[in-house]
Design a protein around this ligand. Structure first.
Ligand SMILES: C[S@@+](CC[C@H](N)C(=O)[O-])C[C@H]1O[C@@H](n2cnc3c(N)ncnc32)[C@H](O)[C@@H]1O
Length: 253
């Protein structure tokens, strides 16, 4: 039987012999308040269903999302939560591992890393301030398994008041990372490059950093990219001198 998508009807959660009441998959969790969010998670996480993965969610609150992920990933997944609120510990009795501490406390995150080991998926649904999102990403990225990912939710806070100084928003940090990924190109200054992340995927309100160490080992280098079948053909790339208004593509509407 296929395991549920985040859109499917709620199924009763049975875990470790405890039959829990039915948890409506989307409505019990603030993680998936909108269908676009659920759609992105279906897209990013579906290949991890029914596997022995380690999934860490920052921000547990009422516990709804923990049960939602249990339903989604299945029994073999090790599901771990982090929250600042000590009451979140109570979810341990349902088979979740809970760490209490702040996601912007690097020492606390170090302790979690030592205890948990390498993680397949980290999902940050914590306090959503820029400092929390950035510190969590910087600290936990090195602890993601090869082919794993770190996903940050509610990134629209980068365009809102009340989450920190907007010039140092999480999305501005992501833009810097895009520059650093491109600086891996061998003809550019490697001082400005970053080798922790293979790719970044941007969705509405969600950013996913993907780790792929094998792909990262492939150094970019100059290749003979066109075998000349007819050596007399001229490269026309510098011939087109037509003027265009490039600025109009940058204007904010
Ligand atoms: C948006 S709620 C999480 C909702 C939950 N993922 C769900 O979908 O049901 C945010 C949670 O992050 C926690 N939180 C806020 N700041 C935090 C911090 N600095 N470190 C860890 N957890 C934090 C809050 O206590 C709250 O439980």
């Amino acid at each position: 039987m296929n395991s549920p998508s985040l859109f499917s009807d709620p199924a009763p959660v049975v875990f470790d012999g405890i039959k829990l009441e039915t948890y409506p998959i989307i409505s019990q969790s603030t993680t998936c308040p909108t269908k676009p969010t659920a759609q992105v998670y279906d897209f990013l996480f579906s290949s991890y269903k029914q596997k022995e993965i380690i999934f860490l969610e920052i921000g547990v609150q009422g516990g709804g999302s923990l049960f939602m992920w249990r339903n989604f990933f299945g029994k073999k997944a090790r599901i771990i939560g982090i929250d600042l609120n000590p009451d979140a510990k109570k979810f341990e009795k349902y088979g979740f591992e809970i760490f209490i501490g702040s996601q912007k406390d690097e020492k606390f995150l170090e302790k979690v890393k030592r205890k948990v080991g390498k993680i397949d998926i980290v999902l940050d649904d914590g306090g959503h301030t820029y400092e929390q999102q950035i510190i969590t990403a910087v600290s936990l990225l090195e602890n993601i398994k090869d082919n794993g990912m770190l996903v940050v939710e509610d990134t629209h806070t980068s365009y809102m008041e009340g989450f920190g100084p907007v010039e140092y928003s999480f999305i501005n940090y992501v833009k810097e990372l895009i520059d650093k990924i491109n600086h891996r190109f061998s003809l550019l200054n490697q001082k400005y490059s970053d080798n922790r992340i293979w790719s970044i995927e941007i969705f509405e309100s969600i950013v996913a950093f993907k780790v792929n160490n094998k792909a990262l080992q492939t150094m970019s280098q100059k290749m003979e990219n066109s075998k000349k079948i007819d050596g007399t053909l001229q490269d026309f790339r510098y011939v087109d001198k037509t003027k265009v208004d490039i600025l109009k593509y940058f204007k904010k509407t």
